[in-house]
Design a protein around this ligand. Structure first.
Ligand SMILES: Nc1ncnc2c1ncn2[C@@H]1O[C@H](COP(=O)(O)OP(=O)(O)OP(=O)(O)O)[C@@H](O)[C@H]1O
Ligand SMILES: [Mg+2]
Length: 454
């Protein structure tokens, strides 16, 4: 090649001096010969230039391939059909600690750990059927240590489409493994932090619950306490009075004692005092019952019952506690049989109605729409109030435990959480909420209709 270059670069050759005309060959013939030689020479120069250009393109291509191969971070080897190495890229050379020259002609299997050699030897057989993908094997690194690689192997064909060897590429898994381990550790730490957060949130929630319960219990208990103290004082006075009566004292003395001890007032007070105390005790017992139900929700039997009746009785219960006269628009069919657990449905409805009236505290008069309907095997109860509705951000949170916008002592934020659990888990239904387009909140309880008798 160098020879040809020199040839092309040389100055055009001067025309040979015309020899003396040999006998029998005219001057014209000589000129023709010289011109032919000139043409041939020009052809030669043209071919030479062509060759030069192709050669330079080839060298560019070669340099391009070399730069790609050497800048790859994945290792790459090219072998012949027998699995002998024909090329190895820089990453491979660095990993093995041997020069490419040393690797040329080496059996591919010799590069891998003994336990992987069998798999690599099989490459030759399998590669004819197509690519071998992501096979994890260990190669022997520069210090003889096993380096795990994710290896891919593809067949290589010559210009006639005949198998001429294999291209084996691999990605060292060390980095990936390290990254994976770091990720796992980060995930573990995150989970621990989350657990701690959850725990502290639970404790805070528990604190709020206890504060709420304490507040709720405080009222009836102080009521009962006050009554008991009065009863105790009344008891002492009654005992003194009875002792006087039994001692056979004069009637005037007894009458005077009756006045000073205010016995008649005591007798008048006894009934309401006892009734009030009993009511307080009942309230305490009710709160405890509710707490127990919250702690261990019991499964109730599913049975068929008239949903409209339960809606009406729930409304009657809640209305008792509402001071203002409410406008209630009822849209109920005469009867709608559903299959669910009646006690739980009632508990849900009471919670929804109580919330609706709470929301309409400053609405005068409070207005409520109650609708019961059936569609596609499901009964729907819609409870819509005319209060302020629920802020968009809170729509998803109202079913969270302890979510409340009410002051301490007024709400624990458990009503909807418990209702949602009861609707979905105990009543085989669902409970959803939305803001009504014309204002107010609308809760929909969905329950399965009564199953066909038979
Ligand atoms: N009809 C409604 N209109 C507006 N906001 C409502 C309505 N129903 C519920 N909410 C909002 O959802 C929150 C959670 O309701 P939830 O019944 O779970 O708890 P609570 O009523 O605050 O307390 P609890 O029911 O435990 O006494 C309420 O504090 C209120 O902010
Ligand atoms: Mg509530």
């Amino acid at each position: 090649m160098a020879e040809q270059r020199r040839f092309a670069a040389s100055a055009p050759r001067p025309l040979p001096a015309a020899p003396a005309t040999p006998p029998g060959l005219g001057e014209e013939a000589w000129i023709e010969v010289v011109q032919r030689m000139d043409d041939i020479y020009a052809d030669l120069v043209r071919h030479q230039v062509d060759l030069e250009e192709k050669n330079s393109a080839l060298e560019d291509a070669q340099r391009f391939i070399d730069s790609v191969l050497s800048s790859m971070s994945d290792v790459l080897v090219v072998t012949d059909v027998h699995g002998r190495i024909q090329r190895a890229n820089k990453a491979m050379v660095d990993l093995l600690g041997r020069s490419e020259q040393q690797l040329l002609g080496t059996e591919l299997t010799a590069l891998f750990a003994p336990q992987a050699a069998h798999t690599v030897a099989e490459f030759r057989k399998h590669v004819r059927g197509g690519d071998i993908l992501d096979c994890e094997i260990e190669i022997l690194g520069a210090g003889g240590e096993a380096v795990p690689l994710a290896v891919n192997c593809s067949p290589r064909y010559d210009s006639e489409g005949m198998l001429s060897g294999m291209v084996v590429s691999g990605r060292p898994l060390g980095e990936l493994r390290r990254a994976y381990r770091a990720l796992q550790e980060a995930h573990r730490q995150l989970k621990t932090t989350q657990q701690q957060l959850l725990q502290s949130e639970k404790m805070a929630s528990l604190g709020r619950l206890v504060a709420g319960v304490a507040h709720e219990l405080n009222n009836p208990i102080s009521f009962v306490f006050g009554n008991m103290h009065t009863l105790q004082r009344y008891g002492e006075r009654l005992r003194d009075y009875l002792a006087l009566v039994q001692s056979g004292a004069a009637p005037e003395l007894i009458a005077q004692a009756r006045q000073t001890h205010r016995i008649d007032r005591i007798l008048d007070d006894l009934v309401p005092l006892i009734a009030g105390s009993l009511e307080g005790a009942e309230r305490v017992s009710e709160i405890v019952q509710n707490l127990r139900r919250f702690a261990t929700p019991q499964r109730q039997k599913q049975r068929d019952f008239d949903l409209c009746r339960v809606v009406e009785s729930s409304l009657a219960w809640v209305s008792k506690t509402v001071r203002a006269q409410a406008q209630i628009e009822l849209d109920l069919p005469p009867e709608l049989m559903v299959r669910s657990s009646e006690g739980h449905v009632q508990q849900i409805l009471i919670n929804l109605l109580q919330n609706a009236f709470d929301a309409m505290e400053s609405v005068d008069p409070p207005r409520l729409n109650l609708r019961v309907s059936a569609q596609d095997g499901w009964a729907h109860v819609q409870v819509r109030d005319h209060g302020p509705g629920i802020a968009e951000d809170n729509l998803l949170r109202v079913f969270d435990p302890f979510f409340t916008t009410k002051p301490v002592g007024k709400g624990t934020g458990l009503g909807l959480y418990i209702s949602y659990g009861l609707a979905t888990e105990q009543c085989a239904g669902s409970l959803t909420v939305r803001n009504h387009p014309e204002g107010g909140a609308e809760f929909t309880l969905e329950l399965p209709l009564e199953t066909a008798h038979g």
